[in-house]
Design a protein around this ligand. Structure first.
Ligand code: FPP
Length: 249
C-alpha cells in the first residue's frame, strides 16, 4: 500500500488552483453511518475513512495545497466501545508504520497533534519518529489530530504559560495572540482558512477552537468515506467565492 495513491497531477481538478486556501482542516465524520448503511461493522467505516484520508491528502499535495489537518480521534472519543477505539488506533498505527518508510520519497510531512501520553509506548515511539522525520522535510504537510481536543489544548497552553510566569520567565502583560499560539499543539502552523465537516452534522466538536477564529466553514451531507476529489473541489470553489473580512468591512 502506498502513502499516496499516485504521484501524478490529478485530473479531477477543474478548480482555480492558483488561489488555494493555505490550510484546510477536516472533521472526518460519518464513518459509522457509512458502514451501517452497508450492513458492515463500524470498523469497516473507519477503514474506508482512512482510505478517504489517503485520497484527499494525495490530492492536496498534488494541487499544491500546503497544509491539511484532519481530526482522527478526539479527547472525547475514548468513551466509544473499547473494540472501536482499538480498531481506530490500529488503523492509525498501521498508517504511520507504512508512512515512515515513504514520507521522504513521496514528499509528505506528517505530524501527529494531540496529547500522546495515553498511547502505548511503541505507538508513541512511532509518532515521535514520524514527527522527527517530518522536521527534515519541506513540502506538503498533513497533520493528524489524535487524542486532540480544543479545550484541552487551550487549558494546557494556559497552564504552561502561567507556570512560566510564576517562574519569572514570562510576564502576564507580554501575552499576545501570537505568543499564545506558540504554546498550542499547532505551534508554527498557519490557522486553517477552511474547515470542512462532512456527514450533515453542523457543529465544531471541540476542533481547533482557538485556530478557527477566522476560518470559513463548509458543511456537506456526504459521509467522509465517500468524500472525494470532486467534493473537495466544490468546497474550495465555495471558499473562493466567500468574502473574508477578518473583522474589517
Ligand atoms: C467519526 O465518524 C470518525 C472517527 C471518530 C474516527 C476517524 C478515524 C479514521 C478515519 C481513521 C484514521 C486513519 C488515518 C490514516 C488518518 P463516526 O464514527 O462518528 O461516524 P458516525 O457519526 O456516522 O457514527
Amino acid at each position: 500500500m502506498t502513502l499516496f495513491h499516485s504521484k501524478k497531477k490529478s485530473t479531477a481538478g477543474t478548480g482555480d488552483f492558483n488561489r488555494l486556501p493555505r490550510h484546510i482542516a477536516i472533521i472526518m465524520d460519518g464513518n459509522g453511518r457509512w458502514a451501517q448503511r452497508r450492513g458492515l461493522p463500524r470498523t469497516a467505516g473507519h477503514a474506508a475513512g482512512a482510505e478517504a484520508f489517503r485520497t484527499i491528502a494525495t490530492y492536496c499535495r498534488d494541487i499544491g495545497l500546503p497544509y491539511l489537518t484532519v481530526y482522527a480521534f478526539s479527547t472525547e472519543n475514548w468513551s466509544r466501545p473499547p473494540e472501536e477505539v482499538a480498531a481506530i488506533m490500529r488503523l492509525l498505527e498501521k498508517y504511520l508504520a507504512e508512512a515512515i518508510e515513504k514520507m521522504e520519497r513521496e514528499n509528505m510531512r506528517l505530524r501527529i497533534l494531540g496529547d500522546l501520553t495515553p498511547l502505548a509506548p511503541e505507538f508513541r515511539d512511532l509518532v515521535t519518529r514520524t514527527n522527527r522525520i517530518s522536521e527534515t522535510l519541506h513540502d506538503f504537510q498533513a497533520n493528524i489530530c489524535l487524542n486532540y481536543g480544543g479545550r484541552d489544548e487551550i487549558l494546557k497552553a494556559a497552564s504552561v504559560f502561567a507556570s512560566e510566569c510564576l517562574e519569572g520567565k514570562r510576564s502576564p502583560s507580554s501575552l499576545t495572540p501570537e505568543l499564545f499560539s506558540s504554546y498550542l499543539t499547532t505551534a508554527g502552523l498557519p490557522d486553517p482558512d477552511l474547515i470542512i465537516r462532512p456527514s450533515g452534522e453542523i457543529r465544531v466538536s471541540n476542533f481547533l477552537l482557538w485556530q478557527s477564529a477566522y476560518a470559513e466553514y463548509y458543511f456537506t451531507d456526504t459521509l467522509w468515506p465517500d468524500f472525494g476529489k470532486e467534493e473537495l473541489n466544490r468546497a474550495i470553489a465555495d471558499f473562493q467565492g466567500r468574502s473574508r473580512r477578518f473583522g474589517g468591512i
